[in-house]
Each structure stands twice: as C-alpha cells, then as structure tokens.
Design a binder for this molecule. Structure first.
Ligand SMILES: [Zn+2]
Length: 333
C-alpha cells in the first residue's frame, strides 16, 4: 500500500531503505513542532516492518499482520499510553520492557511507539534509557516530541534524530482539498485554516470538521459587533467559549491581521476569509490602539494559561472593561 502523505514520504522512504539494508538505528526520535501526521508515518512504517508479505517498499495490506495493525490490536506493536492519566510512570515502562523481552508473537519484530516522549516521568525516562543503551534484538523504538530539548539529554543522544518541518502551503492545500472533496470548501477557507493552525494540515482538517469551525464564526460575529458596531456588552457572550483554548488566538490573529493591513504589510494575512471585515476594522482604529488591544488579549491569555485556579469570568470582565476604555479613547482622538 502506497504512503499517502506527500510531505512525509521522504522520511518513509529513508527509514524503510535503511531498514531493508539492516542499517536502521533501533531508536528513532522524531520531532516536529506541530501535528503534521507523524502518528500516521509511524503507523505505516510499523505496518511495513511487521508485514508478512512485503512488496518492495510497501506493506501488502492483506496478511494477518497488516489486518491486526489495521484493527490496532497487533500484539507486537506497543502504543505506550496510560489510559487513566497523561503522565506515563515507571511501572508502565517496566511492564512493557518485560513484555518485549519475551518472544514476538507475529513476524519476529517488535515496535514501541511513544506518541509524546515528554509525557514520561523522569524515572520512567531513565528506565527507558537503560533499555535503549542495549536495545533487545529486532525491537524498534519510535519516540515523538515537539521539543527534544525538554527530553533527558542522555536519552536524546541514544537516538537517531529526524526534525520534520511543516509542509508547504501548496502541499497542505492539496491534501485538505482531497480530504474534504465532498464538502466543496473554498480555497480562502482552506488557506485560512492552514494559516490559523501553523500550516499543520492535520490540525486544520480537525478545525474544519469540528465544532471549532462554527464557534469561530460565532466569535467573529461577536467581535464584529463589539469592535465595529460598538455593542460593548456583547463581548460577555464570549464567556460561553472560554474553555476553548483557541478563542483568544482567533481574536489575536484578527487584531494582528488588522495591524498588518494598516501598516500595508499584507504578507501572510491569517484570516483570508474575513478580508472585508479586516479592512473596515483596520480603518476604524489607530495603530497604537490596535497594538494595545493585541497586548491586552495576549496578557489575558497568559493569565488564563499560567495562573492556576484563576476566575476566568472575572478575567474576561476585566478584559471587556479595559478594551472598552481603549475603544472610547480611540473615538475621542
Ligand atoms: Zn502485510
């Protein structure tokens, strides 16, 4: 079966080629800042490793092993997660290591997949490190992180390192168009979703097919009424979405786009589907006021993310009051 993600295919080919030459390092560390499909890459590579009837560079998609991988129940593929909590402790790692020292059940290979190596506790990382120092035969460790600098350095130095960058916008657009072929989503909206989500096609696709999409439309309407029609209390309606971590980012991107338009730097406008509103918005306010607005929302987001137990509603009320004063100042000038 062919590998379908164009921007990752070079890594698929590289790893499979090394594997076939028996030169693949058993500990493979993959890093990418955003979700670009690494889970899928590891799944495809692992299916190839475990396939009983490989065809050149691809797995057969017919044998028992491929079937078990498809059902996500292959006994030699270990997806290391703790179902009950985010952190992965030493006991779970010890149990898995104990299991891999027993014979593989299908095809003689074993694969361990750590979808976020930073979720391991310090003790669990050290236990894994000991195994990685002398890895068992026919066993491959795939480790993923969005920032390898936060791993224990000794574990990092044991692995072969691949830093995977986000695809180009063109690649992202093509992939999203294919994924949403029945929906007939406009190019503007596809580009907007990619730009809002750091060119990660997977995050953009999640956004387009999730409640997030309709929430953004509602937030933008609130925003328009607040900043253009000056219905000051309407911002309180944003309370409903306060638990959505993207809420403040969407607002910040709108303000940032207005600043870009005002300073005639039209490069990389995020909200391409809102150009007419952004033009109006950027004409309405001065550069200084927009900057202050942006800073206040970023500060609000910082408090939300970093102050444990903060009263979110009071924070938003403070934000509404502050921006309302700013808006009135803008009117007076
Ligand atoms: Zn197969």
């Amino acid at each position: 079966m062919n590998f379908s993600i164009s921007w990752l295919s070079q890594y698929y080919t590289k790893i499979i080629t090394l594997y076939k030459k028996k030169k693949l390092h058993p500990i493979i560390l993959l890093q990418s800042t955003y979700d670009i499909g690494i889970q899928k890459l590891v799944y495809e590579i692992s299916t190839f490793f475990l396939c009983l009837k490989k065809k050149k560079m691809y797995y057969c998609n017919k044998c028992t092993s491929c079937y078990l991988m498809k059902l996500k129940i292959h006994p030699d593929f270990y997806d290391i997660k703790d179902k009950n909590k985010k952190k992965i402790g030493i006991d779970l790692i010890r149990n898995v290591i104990l299991k891999i020292y027993t014979t593989a059940q299908q095809g003689n290979k074993k694969i361990l997949w750590f979808s976020n190596i930073l979720n391991l506790t310090h003790e669990a990382s050290n236990t894994l490190l000991k195994t990685c120092e002398e890895p068992p035969k026919n066993t491959f460790f795939f480790l993923y992180t969005n920032n390898s600098q936060h791993m224990i350095s000794t574990l990092r130095s044991r692995a072969i390192f691949y830093n995977l960058s986000v695809p180009t916008e063109k690649e992202g657009i093509l992939w999203l168009k294919k994924k949403n072929i029945k929906k007939k989503i406009s190019l503007n909206l596809i580009q907007t979703s990619l730009r809002l989500y750091n060119y990660s096609p997977f995050s953009a696709n999640f956004f387009l097919n999730n409640v997030l999409f309709s929430q953004r439309i509602k937030i933008i309407n609130i925003f328009k009424n607040y900043y253009i029609n000056r219905k000051y209390l309407i911002l309180i309606n944003a309370f409903k979405y306060i638990n959505n971590p993207d809420l403040i980012f969407w607002i910040c991107f709108l303000i940032l786009d207005a600043i870009k338009l005002l300073s005639k730097k039209k490069i990389n406008i995020q909200n391409l589907d809102q150009i007419s509103f952004l033009k109006k918005f950027s004409k309405e306010y001065s550069y200084q006021i927009l900057n202050k607005m942006l800073f206040s929302w970023l500060k609000c987001n910082f408090c939300l993310c970093n102050i444990l137990g903060i009263d979110k509603e009071i924070l938003i009320i403070e934000q509404v009051l502050y921006t309302t004063i700013l808006l009135k100042k803008n009117l007076e000038n």
